[in-house]
Structure formats: structure tokens, C-alpha cells
Design a protein around this ligand. Structure first.
Ligand code: ADP
Ligand code: MG
Length: 352
């Protein structure tokens, strides 16, 4: 078993705190993604799990053992970085074999492990090449191969796809996911890309400014964001957020610029309370009973139509799955899908 537990971990560089009381449980065999904007502390946290940074307070456990004071080599982890960090003067084979040779692993076993990793990663034809003779995607695979051959208890990935072009990134995303389904090694994966997080993770940890904003399964975060930060961070295009006041009369809703936007469920709100009404672009429908909004920009992508709109003082984006020939200046009548609307406290940003 190799579950990882991060317990009340804080980190300061000198007097500067960068992580505040962070706790995450990662069950054996799971794929957990740490996601958040640049500088929020993702790499620092991952490097603490790896043993590359000291822990200021709290504990890190791997397989039920506190590892705070164990050096990286004793933690049975393997890390893959954004920069690949391959040895330029070693072949693919030797890059993959190096860590095992250092450990004094039996030569036959090294060969076998390298061969097997190369097969899994489609690298067999490239074993005698040097890194400079490989494409970016192949280099990334060698970096993963180097991690695989060590057969570690935990894989740590720090933005491994950031140096690849968009198409390759999508392809490698699937490859890493397949690899995980095959090997089932406990994995902690860091990215700033919410799409990567959503598509790869069993569980996502959303971070901001050294704190955890929310932990949950991808669709949990999408459907029930705990606060405005998560609501705005997860999902693309981003959720519309409209400032308004709760009305609890005959018709319940949030009044925004003279329009009553409906919500359902049972949020804890008072009449007149200032809130933020959240509705995702794809959860807005054309409806004859809707409110009028003026088209400002139309962006057709072929498979969908994105429309930027203005109503009253507010701006919003609607995303339609169909094609439409709207023009700037047109007036549409729109209705949010009531059951998919979100209400947040305007002061604290918390979901109500
Ligand atoms: P992320 O990976 O989410 O982009 P990092 O973990 O790299 O963020 O950094 C978190 C914060 O810690 C940043 O404000 C960064 O400037 C700071 N930081 C990172 N490493 C060091 C260091 N060695 N010394 C001082 N500050 C650091
Ligand atoms: Mg980083």
C-alpha cells in the first residue's frame, strides 16, 4: 500500500509563508491533481513530498510512515519534471537505466525493466538514440520511462506537458492516463491547466495563494464549486458571475439590472441580500420567456457558437451547441437553466 497523507503542512521560505495548513489524503492507486494559478505553491508541496524541500510544520506520510526527514532516495518515489532533465550524452536506454545502475541493480533486471518500459511507452525503436534526436513528445516519454523503471510506490509529476504544443499535450494527457490505468501507481500530478486537471484526475485539489480552496472529484467541483474562486477557475469558458440582490417574493430569484434570474434548491439566503449569481455559458438557453440581451461579439467554432452579450450594466457569455447566425446588435431573449444556477455570498464568496 502506498497512500500518501499530507497533514497540516505549512511552509515558509525565511519569514515568507507560502503554504498554510495544507491537508490532503491520497488513497493507494489514485491519481490526484494539484491545480491552481502560477505561484500558488503546487511545486513547493510536491517537492516536499519528494523530499526536495524541508517541511516547516506538519507531516508528510508515505505508506503510513512519516517521511519528513527521509532523503528523496529513501522515499521510493519517482518524479517527472517539466524540463524532462534527460542526460544529453546518454542514449535513451542509458537515460532510463541510469538510476537503477546507480542503485547497483542486477544488469539483467535493468535490461528487462528498460525493455518493458520502452514497450509500454512505444520507445523500443529509439533506445539507441540520444535525446537531441527525439521529438518533444518522445523526450517526455523517456522522462516517464525513467520513472517507470524504478517501479516506485508513488509517481510525482510537475507540469510534465507544459513544454509540448497543444495537440501533443492532449495526446500525452491520454497516454499518461492510460499508463496510470495500467500500472495503478499512486500519482500526484501538478498543473496550472484546469482542463488537464479535469480530464486526468480521480480527485482534484484546487489551490490558491498557498491554501486549499476545495478538494473533490472533477464533476463535483464543476457542479458544486465551494466558492467564487473554484467557480471561476474550473470550466471553460468561465462561469458568468453577476452581482445582484436576492428576491424572495412570489418568484424567487436574484435581481440583476432589473431582471429576475431564477435559482432552485434551497440556498440559505435572505430577501435583499447581496449575492453573486453564477451561471455557466453553456447553461443559458434561448427562450421566448427570457430576458433581453444584446449581442456584442459572435465567435463560431464550427461545433459551437460563443456569444458575448450585454444586458443592463452587465456582460455575459453564452455558449450554444448549435450554429446560429446572430449578428452584433441583435437582441436575444435568454433564460438561465434554473437548476444549474449558483448563488454565492457577495462578501465571502462562499457558495450559499
Ligand atoms: P507553483 O508551482 O504553484 O507555481 P511554487 O510552489 O513554485 O508555485 O511557489 C510558491 C511560492 O513560493 C511563490 O511565491 C514562489 O515565489 C515562492 N518560492 C518558491 N521557491 C522558493 C524559494 N526557493 N525561495 C523563496 N521563495 C520561493
Ligand atoms: Mg510550479
Amino acid at each position: 500500500m502506498a497512500q500518501v497523507a499530507i497533514r497540516n503542512v505549512s511552509k515558509s521560505y525565511g519569514a515568507v509563508p507560502v503554504l498554510h495548513d495544507v491537508s490532503v489524503d491520497i488513497a493507494d492507486g489514485r491519481f490526484v491533481v494539484l491545480v491552481g494559478p502560477s505561484g500558488c505553491g503546487k511545486s513547493t508541496l510536491l517537492r516536499m513530498v519528494a523530499g526536495l524541500e524541508s517541511v516547516t510544520s506538519g507531516a508528510i506520510e508515505i505508506a503510513d510512515t512519516v517521511v519528513n526527514h527521509l532523503p528523496p532516495a529513501k522515499r521510493d518515489i519517482a518524479m517527472v519534471f517539466q524540463s524532462y532533465a534527460l542526460y544529453p550524452h546518454k542514449t535513451v536506454r542509458d537515460n532510463m537505466a541510469f538510476a537503477l545502475k546507480l542503485r547497483g541493480t542486477d544488469k539483467k533486471l535493468v535490461e528487462e525493466r528498460v525493455r518493458k518500459a520502452a514497450e509500454i511507452l512505444d520507445l523500443v525503436p529509439y533506445l539507441d538514440r540520444y535525446p537531441r534526436q527525439l521529438s518533444g513528445g518522445q523526450r517526455q516519454r523517456v522522462a516517464m520511462g525513467r520513472a517507470i523503471v524504478r517501479n516506485p510506490q508513488v509517481f510525482l509529476f510537475d507540469e510534465p506537458l507544459s513544454n509540448l504544443d497543444a495537440k501533443l499535450r492532449v495526446q500525452m494527457r491520454t497516454e499518461i492516463k492510460e499508463l496510470h490505468q495500467r500500472l495503478k501507481t499512486t500519482t500526484i500530478y501538478v498543473t496550472h491547466d484546469q482542463v488537464e486537471a479535469m480530464t486526468m484526475a480521480d480527485k482534484i485539489v484546487v489551490m490558491q495563494a498557498g491554501r486549499i480552496e476545495q478538494i473533490g472529484a472533477p464533476l463535483e467541483l464543476f457542479d458544486k464549486p465551494a466558492n467564487l474562486f473554484v467557480a471561476g477557475f474550473i470550466g471553460s469558458p468561465a462561469m458568468n458571475m453577476l452581482k445582484g440582490r436576492v428576491r424572495l417574493g412570489e418568484k424567487r430569484g436574484v435581481e440583476v439590472g432589473g431582471v429576475l434570474l431564477p435559482f432552485s434548491g434551497d440556498p440559505q439566503v435572505n430577501d435583499g441580500q447581496e449575492v453573486i449569481y453564477g451561471i455557466r455559458p453553456e447553461h443559458i438557453a434561448l427562450s421566448p420567456d427570457g430576458f433581453p440581451a444584446r449581442v456584442s461579439v459572435v465567435e463560431p467554432t464550427g461545433s459551437e457558437t460563443m456569444v458575448f452579450l450585454r444586458f443592463g450594466e452587465s456582460e455575459m457569455v453564452a455558449l450554444f451547441r448549435e450554429r446560429h447566425s446572430f449578428r452584433p446588435g441583435d437582441t436575444l431573449t435568454l433564460m438561465p437553466r434554473t437548476e444549474l444556477a449558483h448563488v454565492f455570498d457577495a462578501g465571502t464568496g462562499k457558495r450559499l
